[in-house]
Design a protein around this ligand. Structure first.
Ligand code: ZN
Length: 283
């Protein structure tokens, strides 16, 4: 009898200890400023060990399922049947780069010689209205300096039901910008040069976003009179008709969401046009 009581007391003590340990992690996650403690825990634990050292990817299937975003280049599932429903707190989120995202970026959009720290970047999760008129989850990596603004911009685009086909990490395309553009994928950070080469892109600082790039191609008239269109598949969208949903026009909801916050648009350039490209060079 006495022995049983001791065992029982020991079990209770262990349970209390386990609960308080869990609470400490929960509290530190809260203090870290993320909105969802359960996600923060994963991120805090994995961040220090994974950034810049290319450690083994961590399985995080539960989050992928939760996000409705499948890996391996599969387009995101519709998140809700109807667009424009009220959003939850975790539909639009900013966080430090989770370990599995840093792992995905290492050697891809974030090569070894990248002259920006992963700790300067943020992982932004948003909802967007797809070309099917439904809400989908999207994910972006941007500079911490513009993360709040990017969140606001995508909330505004969602509320205004501005159609964006998909927002996936460029690493889902092997960090190949042309492949991402051809798939009309909206993306942010990528350590790369400008189209045509010669200097680093503003994307390499995480201060630029390309929206619906297939419908909004990069267009440059070359000295020999030929025209470079990127992605090449975007040639059929050179006529800026203002009727194609997701085609960015000056003064439309997308243009307004960015420019009202001091972002510039590549469609306003005169020497060449980069209709997909919004960027911010001054804070
Ligand atoms: Zn761009």
């Amino acid at each position: 009898m006495e022995k049983a009581r001791i065992i029982k007391a020991a079990v209770v003590a262990v349970v209390i200890l386990a609960m308080s340990a869990d609470f400490a992690v929960f509290a530190s996650a809260k203090a870290f400023g993320n909105q969802r403690a359960d996600r923060s825990r994963i991120e805090i634990r994995s961040m220090d060990s994974n950034i810049r050292n290319g450690s083994e990817p961590q399985a995080d299937q539960s989050r992928e399922e939760e996000n409705g975003v499948e890996g391996g280049g599969v387009k995101s599932e519709s998140y809700r049947d109807q667009a424009g429903e009220e959003t939850n707190d975790d539909d639009f989120m900013i966080s430090v780069l989770p370990g599995h995202i840093a792992d995905k970026m290492n050697g891809g959009s974030y090569p070894e010689d990248a002259a920006i720290g992963l700790e300067e970047l943020r992982y932004v999760q948003v909802l967007h209205i797809g070309f099917d008129g439904r809400a989908h989850r999207g994910e972006l990596v941007v500079n911490q300096l513009v993360a709040e603004e990017i969140l606001e911009i995508f909330m505004e685009l969602y509320e205004k039901k501005y159609p964006i086909e998909q927002i996936r990490l460029i690493d889902d395309y092997g960090a190949d910008d042309e492949a991402s553009m051809a798939d009309n994928n909206t993306s942010g950070f990528c350590w790369r040069e400008v189209a045509g080469g010669g200097s680093m892109s503003v994307h390499a600082q995480g201060l630029a976003i390309d929206i619906n790039p297939l419908l909004n191609p990069y267009v440059k008239v070359n000295r020999d009179g030929s025209t470079t269109v990127l992605p090449p598949e975007g040639k059929k969208y050179l006529e800026r008709n203002g009727r194609t949903p997701g085609m960015i026009m000056k003064g439309d909801a997308c243009h307004e969401a960015f420019t009202s916050r001091g972002w510039e648009w590549g469609g306003d350039w005169t020497t060449l046009k980069d209709y997909q490209h919004f960027y911010k060079t001054s804070q």
